[in-house]
Write a protein of this length. Structure first.
Length: 185
C-alpha cells in the first residue's frame, strides 16, 4: 500500500533542529525560524562539536553577517508566501517593514550574496508552493492563483511554465499519472 504525504517543511526543520540540539545537551531559546540563542556560555570545542552535529544533519551555522541578513530575507519571503492570510501589500513594503531597512538596501544585499534578484526568488518560492498545492489537489488553479496573489490564472500559468518548463495542467497530468501507476503497484 502506498500513501501520499503532505509535508510542512518548516515544522519538519524545526523538529529536526530541536532533536539535534537536544542530543547535544545545549540550552537554547528559539528566536525565529533559523535563529536560536544559546542560553549558556559554550566553549569553542563544544561549539565545534555542535557545528559538526548540525552539519551532519544538513544544518549549517552561518557566521557571515551578510549571509545572515540574506537568510533573514529568505525567511521573510517564505513566511510571506506561505502565510495563511493573503498579505495585501507589495513584497517590497513587506520586506522593508519586517527587516527595518530600505528596500533598496535589502535588494542590493540579496543580489550581492545570491547573484539573483528578490523578485526571482519570490517567483521560485511561489511556483514551489503552487506545485505542492497541485500535488495535494485540494485547490483549483484559480484558487491557487488567488492564494499566491497572482492577478490572474494566466499570469500564474506563464510564470509556472517559464520556471518549470511545463504548464500547470501538464504538471497535474504528470502527478495524476504517477499516482495511478503507484496505486496499481
Amino acid at each position: 500500500m502506498k500513501l501520499f504525504l503532505k509535508f510542512d517543511f518548516n515544522t519538519l526543520a524545526k523538529i529536526h533542529l530541536e532533536n539535534v540540539l537536544a542530543t547535544s545537551n545545549v540550552a537554547y531559546k528559539t528566536i525565529s525560524f533559523g535563529e536560536i540563542e544559546i542560553s549558556d556560555r559554550i566553549s569553542e570545542s563544544d561549539l565545534e562539536i555542535l557545528s559538526t552535529n548540525l552539519q551532519s544533519n544538513g544544518i549549517e551555522i552561518i557566521e557571515n553577517q551578510k549571509a545572515i541578513f540574506v537568510q533573514k530575507i529568505k525567511d521573510c519571503i517564505i513566511d510571506m508566501i506561505q502565510a495563511e492570510e493573503n498579505i495585501m501589500i507589495k513584497s517590497s513594503v513587506f520586506l522593508a517593514e519586517k527587516l527595518d531597512h530600505s528596500y533598496g538596501y535589502i535588494s542590493n544585499m540579496f543580489s550581492e550574496i545570491t547573484y539573483t534578484s528578490i523578485e526571482n526568488f519570490i517567483i521560485i518560492q511561489k511556483i514551489e508552493l503552487a506545485k505542492q498545492l497541485l500535488v495535494i489537489n485540494e485547490l483549483s488553479l484559480t484558487e491557487i492563483a488567488f492564494k499566491l496573489n497572482y492577478s490572474s490564472v494566466a499570469h500564474l500559468s506563464t510564470q509556472f511554465k517559464n520556471t518549470t518548463g511545463i504548464t500547470p495542467s501538464a504538471f497535474q497530468r504528470i502527478i495524476t499519472k504517477r499516482k495511478e501507476i503507484a496505486t496499481k503497484n
